[in-house]
Ligand binder design. Sequence first.
Ligand SMILES: [Zn+2]
Length: 190
Amino acid sequence: MSAWRGGKASKPVRYWPVPAIPHRLPNDGEPGSFREDRGDRRHCGVDLHAPPGSIVVAVEGGTVVRIGIATSPDKVTYWNLTRSVAIESEAGRIWRYGELAAILVCEGDRVAGGQMIGTVGQVLDCGKVDAGSPPYIRDLCTRGAASMLHLELADRLPADGGDYLGGNWFGKEDRTFPFRDPGAFLKDSR
Ligand SMILES: [Zn+2]
């Protein structure tokens, strides 16, 4: 008999992006879940809560196609300055890692799955959150959950601004919402 080469060996390997925290995604409709309805906006990705400075690794390999600003106090007063890294996989999927503090890669770099690309940032400045802030923002500060990886999966990279701001989509979705649920891709991640 020849060596067995089926199934598992050919399955693409994906990496859980924040190795320090358990493999768990928010359930549908929960705070931080994909497409969560936030009243005036929809959440574009999933939030993985972790302490500031936690290591973030690439879910799969690819090329760094954009480094940008994820949140800024110039846009919303209770946001801290955090950054994002977008990596395009061989298959053309765009993974965007948002609300980061440090970024350890440059645009144009090739990265391997599991490679360290940055660290989790502190997205909310809870001292500036008040009674007029959205309820889900106040809740995050009350729960001490103001640092996280905001992870998006998309068919194409939306322009910052316009309908897209800080990981949320403000426009009518129709066919313009370019994001996908990353859940299936992360299900069997290492
Ligand atoms: Zn988010």
